[in-house]
Design a protein around this ligand. Structure first.
Ligand SMILES: [Zn+2]
Length: 474
């Protein structure tokens, strides 16, 4: 408990701590935004770093003419035309209108469905594949190339943002930067950096910390080190913090308090009573469908704790290996059916849930099926198809802490758009028929395939006559 405000009675204090913003530290990462004038231009990430006001994205206007628009706001699908100027959605015109500049790039999308760019809320963009040799596993160069290949696959699924909850090296940070300059065919990357856990925790089981710590994991012992580990990820450029059991109550509390003060949300990979401790500590998002009590689910609902249940990776584990064996951080009984039941219970409790695939080893090669399958699990748990698509777009943007800029098709939002053949709002399998993808106003997928524009040669500077000066390497 931090400093108490004077004048708050004990009953009020209890109420506030159980049901409202707790007095210890920043209850929410967004508290930091109060210090920014809403008119201030900021980076398009949860860090909200003030930026010099200037035009962003490509010059010109792109028009997606005459499609079925699913805008992600909950409104029914309607016929319309989407007008994109630079990197923002300028307007959505009624079908038949033609109010755009003559030199606009017009793409016919009649009969096709226009969606907000999909988001994957749980990725590890550069983890090694089953076949990867150990020396390549730790190679930064190979990790970067692995990430680039996967990023392309995601983009060709209509996925324009990924929430990367633990990757090797600086790969997700560098990829994020290159994407922001449109220099890589990839979705926007929102990186957590390294996953924070304690000795023997998930992802670090049986690893001798003195010999080898996987570079995607940051081991930390005690609240001070957990706080320090959060600061390290922030310093690298993290857009969120990812922690995981095992931890003490004090450790997870310290991490949450530090992350929220820095303006970052915290996602937590946990199970059983660790979920309860994480929710009590103020963790924002619980990852995975692992066992938890009804009491914990009710607490999540009351506190507004979100969830990214990721059923699909466990389905692959149970299908391909017959069970989840040999893990000291997964000492409980679960199954595909039990996971679906957790999803149903969370849905019934009204917990906000997003779509994440958690594709590791070579599962990304199955795309887009894992993403579609995850949406189908949501439908099995009681969502309608449009509600599941909303989870993949609007809700995922809320989980990312980016809902004011991403997740729906509305004027003023960033232009992340995906066009599909058919009607994915009626049949999820149509999500496999990607036609066009626009990310940050750039046309990045055409005819279902990543397009890389031809390099435009830069004219060298005019020769300068400078007597007596010779070329010097800087
Ligand atoms: Zn994961």
């Amino acid at each position: 408990m931090g400093k108490m405000r004077p004048g708050v009675g004990i009953v009020g204090l209890l109420f506030v701590c159980l049901f409202g913003p707790c007095l210890a530290g920043q209850e929410r990462a967004q508290d930091r935004r109060k210090w920014l004038d809403p008119k201030t231009e900021t980076s398009d990430d949860p860090r909200r770093v003030p930026m010099r006001p200037e035009p962003r994205g490509p010059e010109g206007v792109i028009v997606l003419r005459g499609g079925r628009i699913f805008d992600g706001t909950g409104a029914p699908v309607r016929e319309g035309t989407l007008v994109i100027r630079r990197n923002k959605i300028e307007k959505i015109l009624p079908a038949g209108a033609a109010d755009w500049p003559k030199d606009a790039l017009v793409i016919e999308v009649s009969g096709k469905t226009v969606l907000p760019g999909l988001i994957d809320a749980h990725t590890h963009i550069d983890y090694a594949e089953t076949e990867t040799a150990a020396f390549l596993d730790i190679s930064e160069a190979d990790a970067m190339l692995r990430a680039l290949e996967r990023a392309r696959f995601f983009l060709e699924c209509g996925i324009t943002s990924i929430r990367d909850v633990g990757s090797l090296h600086d790969v997700p940070f560098r990829l994020k930067e290159w994407v922001s300059q449109n220099r890589a065919a990839a979705p926007r990357v929102f990186p957590a950096g390294a996953f924070i856990t304690s000795t023997g925790g998930h992802g670090a089981e049986g690893v001798d910390p003195d010999i080898l710590v996987p570079k995607s994991t940051r081991l930390a012992e005690g609240p001070d080190q957990w706080r320090q580990a959060v600061r390290e990820q922030f310093n690298r450029g993290a857009d969120l913090i990812k922690v995981g059991s095992h931890f003490s109550r004090e450790e997870v509390k310290a991490a949450v308090e530090e992350a929220h003060a820095l303006g970052l949300k915290v996602g937590c990979d946990a199970e059983t009573f660790y979920i309860q401790w994480a929710v009590e500590a103020g963790v924002d998002v619980i990852e995975h469908p692992l066992p938890r009590t009804d009491e914990t689910i009710q607490l999540m609902a009351r506190k507004g704790t979100e969830a990214v249940p990721t059923l699909i990776p466990y389905a692959y584990i149970f299908d391909q290996w017959g069970g989840y064996f040999g893990s000291t951080s997964r000492r409980f009984t679960f199954s595909k059916e039990a996971n679906l039941e957790v999803l149903r219970r969370m849905k019934q409790a009204g917990i906000k849930m997003g779509i994440g695939t958690d594709l590791v080893i070579d599962w990304f090669r199955y795309l887009p099926q894992p993403y579609i399958r995850e949406l189908k699990y949501f439908v099995e748990a009681g969502y309608t198809i449009p509600e599941a698509l909303t989870a993949a777009t609007k809700t995922n943007s809320e989980i990312l802490d980016m809902s004011d800029k991403l997740g729906t098709l509305e004027p003023g939002k960033l232009a992340d758009v995906a066009v599909f053949e058919g009607r994915p709002d009626l049949n999820l399998d149509d999500l496999a028929k990607v036609e066009v993808v626009i990310r940050d106003g750039y046309l990045v997928v055409k005819g279902g395939q990543v397009v890389v524009p031809r390099h435009i040669p830069v004219v060298p500077p005019e020769p300068k006559e400078k007597k007596g000066k010779t070329f010097q390497r800087q």
